[in-house]
Design a protein around this ligand. Structure first.
Ligand SMILES: [Zn+2]
Length: 360
């Protein structure tokens, strides 16, 4: 609006001004004036503008023009600088030989770090300690004893209930890219010799969202934990229910919850590990229902995102809201465990449940 007015002032300047344009300038000047009546446009410098003999502009109106001229000059300076900088920036980067896919930028410290260094450090930034999200295979390798993972033999696919044309194509492309069949892997494995049923989700596959396949796989794993009388561990990471499957994806919340109730009645142990990020229908179902709920440091955990809540209730939320640390303080989770200690902690908790002699 203000820009339109300023442009119009410039156009009007060389012509006979109409009473309307004068009124507009005055209105604009009033908007740009502080309470004490001093203009916010800075000191008036007459030589900055091309004055015309016999012009009837008032000093206040000139000030607006000076202001407008300055904006245009500064904008031109910035554009020129960017234009000059662009080719030199390109030359600079082209001189450095960075192998494609070998480096990764840390979201927290913004440093470019060597991927292999991150991998060797349990997918933690060697510079600032930020936790990167983990691929299913790396997570399984980190938690389970070597060569003990046996995945459940369930080959199911979504029936695309909303008949979205792009959805099967997207799934196919993701399967090729990630090497995963779906956003969760379920099976059995051993933690320091203790056999468990384990489910691991992956944010790289449609943000770990829960559709009918994820829901069914997790339910199957829970039923296996009951049948085999084994502890159940689920590593959660998810954006929530999968919107491409509409209400069918929401039904997975009820299905997994009902299965967990049976596990509870059978006296089974369920440990839920929340990793960054755990949101939506997953938080609202199996992620929050662990007998013991663990979380990784700094993980974001919630139902709706912070901005959505703020817009809905019209209030700003406290600092650190939805972080694992905030939720620990408010009793939503039981313990924050560093990645390097996760395997040992899980082992000890299983030992406790068995009545063994684990020491914490
Ligand atoms: Zn970092």
């Amino acid at each position: 609006m203000i820009h339109h007015l300023l442009v119009r002032i410039l156009i009007c300047r060389g012509k006979q001004r109409s009473p309307d344009s004068t009124k507009m300038v005055e209105m604009l000047f009033q908007q740009n004036t502080r309470q004490n009546g001093r203009p916010m446009v800075g000191p008036y410098r007459e030589n900055n503008i091309n004055t015309r003999r016999g012009d009837q502009w008032s000093p206040a109106q000139y000030k607006i023009l000076v202001y407008n001229n300055r904006i245009l000059k500064v904008r031109k300076m910035i554009v020129d600088k960017i234009k000059k900088r662009e080719p030199s920036a390109k030359n600079k980067t082209s001189n450095i030989d960075i192998p494609v896919g070998k480096w990764i930028k840390c979201d927290k410290c913004k440093e470019i770090v060597y991927k292999d260094d991150v991998r060797e450090n349990l997918s933690i930034c060697p510079n600032c300690g930020h936790y990167f999200r983990m691929h299913i295979n790396r997570r399984l390798k980190m938690i389970l004893d070597e060569d003990t993972y046996k995945k459940f033999d369930i080959n199911i696919d979504t029936n695309n209930p909303l008949e979205i044309e792009e959805y099967p194509k997207k799934l196919k492309a993701l399967r090729e890219k990630t090497g995963l069949q779906e956003a969760v892997a379920c099976g059995t494995g051993k933690i320091n010799g203790e056999e468990v049923v384990i489910c691991v989700m992956d944010s790289g596959f449609m943000m770990g969202s829960m559709g009918v396949v994820v829901g069914e796989k997790i339910t199957y794993a829970i039923e296996q934990a009951i049948a085999l009388k084994l502890p159940l561990i689920i590593f959660c990471v998810s954006g929530g229910a999968r919107m491409q499957e509409g209400i069918i994806s929401l039904m997975q919340m009820a299905k997994t919850t009902a299965a967990l109730t049976k596990l509870d009645e059978a006296g089974g142990l369920y440990i839920s590990v929340l990793t960054d990020p755990t949101y939506g229908g997953v938080t609202a179902s199996f992620a929050s229902l662990g007998d013991i709920v663990l979380a990784e440091p700094g993980a974001m955990i919630g139902f709706a995102g912070q901005r959505v809540i703020e817009q809905t209730i019209g209030e700003s939320l406290p600092e650190g809201f939805q972080t694992a640390e905030f939720l620990l303080e408010h009793g939503f989770i039981d313990k924050i465990v560093e990645r390097k200690d996760l395997k040992e902690t899980l082992y000890k908790l299983i030992q406790y449940h068995k009545g063994g002699s684990g020491n914490v």
